[in-house]
Design a binder for this molecule. Structure first.
Ligand code: PMP
Length: 398
């Protein structure tokens, strides 16, 4: 009944998922990898759009959030704000490269906007180079560099309508040689476009080409970052690194653009390039510090890498040759199963719901089903989830 009443309000995709699962968040409670419905049934949640790497209600994050909320919430602009300063220093040190500037934001899309503005101001150029299957968010700039949304009229890219194929260095070089580009933006593993890992060698080549042409290099690690792929951050050094999703610990909206201020001139010090009433609050700082405590623990990311590989191998072994399946791919706990037919992907999500497993499809590649376990899961529960997933594929009508 909830889905019938409210499904259309949230749009078709979310409405469909609610309907399939028969779940309403107001009637559920959640903890770690589990969601419990009003009837007391427990669902395994592998279905988040990337925000729940720490599962639901992570105790350290919840504690930090509520303690800071009780002390001081959003008033961040006038007083010294130690939580966010500490969090910023830790974020800038994550990758080891010389990033020393930070813009805090509330959502990933907003962090993308900040990056595009920084690059345009610093270079005086307007175009942004993006790739096929890219997804960077839903605000005008982010949408303009997201593939498949051309119906919006490439809102900010000055008529740029083509998206270059990942791996096509020649096309990148030809584009950059025009001198029209401010930045290149790419995800280390393309997420919403279908869980497509990008070769490190290609990212390195982009790093070198952008440097040679005076173009800024933006890594959108909003979905991949902080352990999801089994690495805290991508090993290739960007001019701007974007983080979001996991940064909020599954319970607070926070994102960030980290940058090398030497590459951005006066723009790096301009306080109005980007800001927001809510961003960078003491609460955001408290949450980010708690999240960093968890994800930077030395065994966290390597465990995701190891278990993710095992899951991927198991899935490939069990259902990789199923006639409905085109490919199994991914890194860490960012696994995608591409179906030849979109209707099989949809049916598959229903089959999984019958087995009390929540999974989702990719936003702009709905024939790709994603398997996104949280990292706070014991191995037997993880394997149980993978078993439910594979059984759901096997149950597809042939
Ligand atoms: N970049 C990437 C790579 C993403 O996956 C997303 C969200 N799916 C975004 C940007 C936008 O983030 P948000 O939804 O927080 O605006």
């Amino acid at each position: 009944a909830f889905a019938d009443r409210y499904g259309s309000v949230f749009g078709r995709q979310q409405g469909l998922m609610l309907k399939m699962a028969g779940l309403a968040s107001s009637e559920c409670s959640a903890s770690g990898p589990w969601i419990e419905d009003s009837a007391g049934a427990r669902w395994l949640d592998f279905g988040s759009f990337g925000v729940h790497l720490l599962g639901h209600g992570h105790p350290q994050v919840a504690q930090a959030l509520t303690a800071q909320a009780a002390r001081m919430g959003l008033s961040s602009k006038i007083l010294a704000n130690e939580p966010i300063v500490a969090a910023a220093e830790r974020l800038l040190a994550l990758g080891g490269e010389p990033l020393d500037g930070i813009i805090l934001a509330n959502t990933g899309s907003e962090a993308v906007e900040a990056a595009l503005k920084l690059a345009r101001i610093a270079t005086g150029r307007r175009r942004i180079l993006a790739f096929r299957h890219a997804y960077h968010g839903r605000t005008p700039g982010a949408l303009s560099v997201s593939h498949g949304y051309e119906r919006h009229g490439a809102l900010l890219t000055d008529g740029q309508s083509s998206f270059i194929e990942v791996g096509d260095l020649r096309a990148v070089e030809a584009a950059l040689a025009t001198g029209a580009y401010a930045a290149v933006i790419i995800e280390p593993v393309q997420g919403e476009g279908g869980i497509r890992p990008v070769a490190t060698a290609f990212l390195q080549a982009l790093r070198e080409l952008t440097r040679a042409h005076g173009v800024r290099f933006v890594l959108d690690e909003i979905q991949t970052g902080l352990g999801r792929t089994g690495q805290l951050v991508c090993p290739v050094a960007p001019d701007i690194r974007l983080l979001g999703k996991v940064l909020g610990g599954g319970m607070f909206p926070v994102a960030a653009a980290l940058f090398d201020s030497a590459q951005f001139g006066a723009a790096a010090r301009d306080p109005v390039v980007h800001a927001s009433s809510f961003a960078g609050s003491p609460m955001a700082g408290a949450v980010v510090n708690a999240v960093l405590d968890v994800v930077t623990e030395s065994s966290f990311a390597p465990r995701v890498a190891r278990l993710g590989e095992r899951c991927r191998e198991l899935i490939a072994e069990r259902i990789g040759r199923h006639p409905a399946v085109a490919q199994v791919r991914g890194e860490g706990f960012m696994i995608g199963v591409e179906f030849k037919d979109m209707s099989d992907a949809g049916q598959m999500i229903i089959e999984a719901a019958k087995r009390k497993l929540l999974i989702a499809f990719c936003l702009t590649a709905p024939n790709v089903v994603r398997v996104y376990p949280p990292a706070v899961i014991d191995e037997p529960t993880l394997m149980d989830g993978i078993e439910r997933f594979c059984a759901s594929v096997v149950a597809l009508p042939s």
